[in-house]
Design a protein around this ligand. Structure first.
Ligand SMILES: NC(=O)c1ccc[n+]([C@@H]2O[C@H](COP(=O)([O-])OP(=O)(O)OC[C@H]3O[C@@H](n4cnc5c(N)ncnc54)[C@H](O)[C@@H]3O)[C@@H](O)[C@H]2O)c1
Length: 345
């Protein structure tokens, strides 16, 4: 029996991020879409839809009442969810999101990336806008309270004017590089404008990514002249998601896959009279612990459902801009690293 006082929710795609991460002892909970909706007191997770029936048995370990479907239309027609999460692989995001919109869903939590390529992304964005659907794309740093605070602090001048930025990611420009590009746009757009030109480069060293989504390096140019490097490393050696932000009054380092945010002040050089250096005793701006980003994601989705003017913290338009930059990086890399301009829609 449906609980009428709660918002009905369904999850499409109960794989790693959809479900299994909930069982990873090291991860802060909730760590998955199923876990996020089960934890939320305003929502009732009615069902999962997945091609693999085994995933239903696993989901039922968390809550016995969760129903199972293999057909998205049947699930939506029968259960009439107000919110759906889509956590299937990226090459299905376009068709499944479009189907959910056609079935009348008005709030969708969609795993990144928005779509598998720029043409799909463009077409999906049009459909989303035309149908006035609120799509929250899970670029998780936009749901991270400490990254949100850092954006404000940077805008207030915590390290003065931003002069140079470098960043590092692993495992595919579209799969993970998209998080780095999204974080850069989120943190820097208010200060430096949009990314309007890029140069792309192939990574010629040993690195690991799937054959349809390689690692590329890039120089991203913001409208105010700020240049940011984006470089890829090998996930088989170690995972990394680092940002070095240099300003006129110090430096911010985001490291440990985003868990640690560290500020370096300027101090007198211990070695050279008359010179200044960055502090050897940096200050942690937050506890170096993972944040419960899934809680904020669910909260934002509910707000989007309940309030007409509420907007996604990471919208389909935000995610589309990431895809446009990715597309131009790849085109540039395949074209002798020539500069490519980004058109704004
Ligand atoms: N935001 C993040 O930090 C983060 C982290 C990991 C993965 N992801 C993203 O989440 C998505 C899923 O990744 P994953 O690692 O969980 O993949 P996965 O392969 O572990 O899970 C995908 C699940 O979707 C199911 N599925 C696929 N097509 C389906 C369909 N048409 N109908 C019903 N079920 C279907 C599969 O059976 C599988 O269980 C990807 O887009 C990935 O980029 C995001």
């Amino acid at each position: 029996m449906k609980n009428k006082s709660k918002i009905p929710v369904c999850v499409i795609g109960a794989g790693r991020i959809g479900l299994f991460h909930e069982f990873d002892k090291k991860r802060v909970k909730p760590a998955s879409h199923v876990g996020m909706w089960l934890k939320n007191k305003d929502c009732e997770l009615l069902a999962i839809c997945d091609k693999n029936e085994k995933n239903h048995f696993i989901a039922k370990k968390l809550n016995k009442k969760i129903k199972y479907y293999t057909n998205i239309k049947k699930m939506v027609d029968e259960l009439k969810p107000k919110i759906v999460s889509i956590a299937t692989w990226k090459d299905t995001h376009y068709s499944i999101t479009k189907l959910c919109i056609n079935l009348g869903i008005k709030v969708i939590v969609l795993e990144k990336p928005l779509a598998n390529n720029i043409n799909q992304a463009k077409s999906l964005l049009k459909i989303i806008k035309k149908n006035k659907v609120k799509v929250l794309v899970n670029h998780r740093r936009r749901f991270d309270t400490e990254i949100i605070k850092l954006k404000k602090k940077l805008e207030e001048g915590i390290i003065g004017n931003i002069l140079q930025v470098s960043s590092y990611y692993v495992y595919g420009l579209l799969t993970t590089g998209t998080h780095a590009i999204d974080t850069l746009q989120f943190l820097l757009e208010g200060l430096a404008g949009k990314i309007h030109k890029v140069h792309g480069f192939e990574n010629k060293f040993g690195n690991f990514a799937s054959s349809d989504d390689k690692n590329y390096d890039a120089i991203l140019q913001f409208q105010n002249g700020l240049k940011v490097t984006l470089q890829s490393l090998n996930i088989k050696k170690y995972d990394i998601f680092d940002f070095y932000i240099y300003g006129t009054k110090g430096k911010i380092l985001i490291t440990d896959i985003g868990r640690s945010i560290i500020k370096y002040k300027i101090q007198k050089s211990p070695e050279h009279t008359g010179f200044e250096e960055l502090s050897k005793r940096p200050e942690n701006l937050c506890k170096p612990k993972p944040r419960k980003q899934f809680l904020k994601l669910a909260e934002n989705a509910i707000e989007c459902l309940n309030r007409k003017n509420a907007a996604p913290l990471c919208s389909a338009t935000d995610s589309y801009k990431d895809m446009e930059i990715i597309n131009k990086i790849i085109l540039s890399a395949k074209n002798g690293s020539k500069e490519k301009k980004i058109k704004f829609e």
